[in-house]
Design a protein around this ligand. Sequence first.
Ligand code: NAP
Length: 490
Amino acid sequence: MVEQGTSVKLRSLIGGTPTSNHGREVALLDPATGEEAFRAELVATRDVARAVASARDAQPAWAHTPAIARGVVLREAADVLEDRRDELAHRITSEMGKVLAESRAEVDEAAFYLRFMSGEGARLVGETRPSVDPRRLSIAERVPAGVVAVITPWNFPLCIPTWKIAAALVVGDSVVFKPALQTAGTGLALAEALCTAGLPAGALNVLVGTGEEAGQELAHHPDVRVLTFTGSTAVGHRLAGLVGGRGARVALELGGKNVAVVLRDADLEQAAERIAHGAFATAGQRCTATSRVIVDGDVHDELLGRLAERADDLRVGPGIDPASDLGPLVSVESRRRVASAVAAAATDGARVVAGGYAPEELPAQAGYYRPTVVTGLQSTHALVRHELFGPVTAVLRADDEDEALRLANATEYGLAASIFTRDLGRALRFSRALRAGVVFVNAATVEAETHLPFGGMGASGNGSRDTGLAALETYTEWKTTYLAPAGTVL
Ligand code: NAP
């Protein structure tokens, strides 16, 4: 049971049993107050191997459970999440800071995806092909990959693990899951929902620990056949070397420097509103956050003014306060990092037209920072090039559409992009030319739907996709069988 309060200790779940390590404890702080909210017991290194062994032992029986029955477990877990919607939403908000409305939406989205994937239990579509010999039947089926390691960040502590775990479980894999330590309680709550729904012990194990220790140990384990990782590009690339080097599969969903392009014929009110949402929802701590805005010179000043106005109108405050539009950043360190990047940009000549400071009336030991709009930077500036993961967006001017396209693609990342225009032909041209895994027309960069493939190009991933049916590629192998009647000779 997930409860709140300092007396509750978060412990790893191995083989269906909470595991105690007596002593290696850390305090997890509430981003809204900077004070201790939970305590976590860090998993011992030897217990990582125990978790993998538990998953390996549980996997054959789980894979032999009819796929339809595996799907039913996911569907019932969705019901459990919905029954506990409010409690889970409070848990998410107290662990990572986002406003309650967003946390509730996250619970809804996780339940939606569990139901979507539960349907795969009755489908798992394969292939049949004609054979060179008409007496033969040729079929290709998806079979489980085996033990899957899942490593996830804190910004969507329920949805991202759900995407990965639901897809892995429905195809018959077993899982060892290391949530971000900061949001380990939400990770454990997801496991609890699945266990309540009937998932057998060992099919899903949860490690409460740090990436440097538990995450590394997990990635090293030779019985892990697939590692699916969402997080920063630097860590993802390190893990890819490690896991790929021993011939196992690695799926990476990484950072972004997402762009909104506003063409001269755009509906500027809609553009400003959607860009503000894309840039500042979840305090900008989304892999798809709109951190660059490229605006046609003819409408640049007007769009900039409208965006700054919207940023100034947003209320920053604790996530549990219904009046807050934006919660704090995940930690005071994150806020310091963001503030110093904005200060450096100002020193380099940027004009800060909205925000750029921590509100004085809110606790200084917490992560509060005003939604910030900067302009006047070159496209090569660090604030325009590097992911900041905070409520900051940089607005750049383009002389024409060709320059807008060139600037939009001038990034090593390739996750999400938006185009604002009334002209479908222009929209299509941009959508085809933009190097991004997810493109929106007249919508925010953060509006992806989980029954479609989600993932990025370039430094935003390695070709895999979370969500949609494309996710199945990560968790299955293909087995091809040629069936011929006995006694036939080709
Ligand atoms: P992070 O520092 O890379 O951490 C992500 C996860 O990896 C955490 O569970 C972390 O553990 C673990 N980890 C850290 N170092 C590790 C190591 N050496 N070996 C194994 N595991 C390790 O990223 P974050 O700060 O949590 O999240 C922000 C990043 O995630 C941003 O770059 C964002 O764009 C990206 N993101 C991408 C997507 C997407 O779908 N493309 C979605 C959301 C977020 P601990 O933190 O517990 O130590």
